[in-house]
Design a protein around this ligand. Structure first.
Ligand code: NAD
Length: 335
């Protein structure tokens, strides 16, 4: 098949070339994001391969369909950037990589928790400047603290195992409780109870209409003063303005983000020679108790290799049978 691959970096090409070797597929790589402005680049392609910040809206799908594209192969687990109803209307199959390394994301979430708690990011800078004072670096024992895990699918389950290893008390919220998390010792509670009881809240649910701004001003009012909030899910699960207010009030004592509502204009690019034209994001960066990474939780060798192999397998299966291995349907959206 002819495949137009969007939002590619050298590391994507490396792993996709390796996975695609010998399959007969032809991959054309584009650095730009897929959008209405760039979708003409697909000329002649049967499939489009897209990533988390590519725009797979109804308008884009209409153009892709008119150009003969029959498959959108996502290199991600999340599919919130795709208008699935429109894809169905245009007869375009959407496939994703449901599980490539839940460990990669959960381990990164834990790295954010540990760094925020023990202020490793600040200690690193101090020591490099010959400042060995400990004031301001006081942490707390994770052991015995209550960790609330929102979304206990593949990533949330690994997160429960990691937190359990640190001696945390586990509470969880999910629309479909996971028996393996119960076996680890997690108890399922309502979202309100989770917000009220947790010392640490970590988000691992997908972005859907039901989880959009799940953490808003009302949710903040229920939280313990000084709670740690970690989001490696999708930016819009959090209402960033409300969280900013929560930081100023001290309700949020620590904030760890790997995703951001408006990340599409920032993440995955080197903007260090420019200014950040997003005042909310810039304000977040001024807090000493905020740690932000640029959507890198998935970024391990194992994950990139699995993403490339499953993406190519989805494409090969579609070419041979008309069905991708891991299709996404509108029924997958929990409203
Ligand atoms: P998964 O499908 O295995 O698990 C998601 C869980 O969320 C399921 O148990 C589901 O029942 C639950 N859920 C769905 N709707 C819910 C709701 N309204 N309230 C509470 N729980 C709900 O997915 P996963 O592989 O664990 O990934 C979770 C999310 O992590 C993805 O959707 C994606 O947005 C995000 N993610 C981020 C990165 C990153 O690099 N930062 C990488 C991969 C995935």
């Amino acid at each position: 098949m002819q495949i137009a691959v969007f939002s590619t970096k050298p590391y994507d090409r490396h792993f996709l070339d390796a996975a695609g070797a010998g399959t007969g597929h032809h991959l054309s790589y584009f650095e730009v994001r897929l959008s209405l402005e760039t979708c003409d680049l697909v000329a002649g392609a049967d499939a489009v391969c897209a990533f988390v910040n590519d725009e797979v809206s109804a308008e884009v799908l209409a153009r892709l369909s008119a150009k003969g594209v029959r498959l959108v192969a996502l290199r991600s687990a999340g599919f919130n950037n795709v208008d699935l109803e429109a894809a169905k209307r245009f007869g375009i199959t959407v496939a994703r990589v449901p599980s490539y390394s839940p460990h990669a994301v959960a381990e990164h979430a834990m790295a954010l928790i540990l760094a925020l708690n023990r202020k490793t990011h600040r200690a690193y800078n101090r020591v490099r400047e010959g400042n060995f004072a400990l004031e301001g670096l006081l942490g707390f024992d994770l052991s015995g603290k209550t960790a609330g895990v929102v979304g206990t699918g593949k990533i949330g389950e690994v997160m429960c195992r990691i937190l359990n290893g640190f001696g945390c008390r586990l509470i969880a919220y999910d629309v479909q409780p996971n028996p393996d998390c119960l076996a680890i010792g997690a108890s399922y509670v309502s979202i309100d109870e989770l917000l009220e009881r947790s010392d640490i809240i970590t988000l691992h649910c997908p972005l859907t209409p039901a989880t959009y701004h799940l953490i808003d001003a009302n949710a903040l009012r229920r939280m313990k003063h000084g709670v740690m909030l970690i989001n490696t899910s999708r930016g819009a699960v959090i209402d960033t303005q409300a969280v900013l207010h929560g930081l100023k009030e001290g309700v949020i004592g620590y904030l760890g983000l790997d995703v951001y509502e408006e990340e599409g204009d920032l993440f995955f690019e080197d903007l260090s020679s420019r200014f950040i034209d997003d005042d909310v994001f810039a304000r977040l960066l001024t807090f000493p108790n905020v740690l932000i990474t640029g959507h890198q939780a998935f970024f391990t060798k194992e994950a990139l290799s699995n993403i490339a192999e499953t993406t190519i397998a989805n494409i090969t299966s579609f070419a041979q049978t008309g069905r991708a291995l891991h299709e996404v349907s509108t029924e997958k959206i929990v409203r």
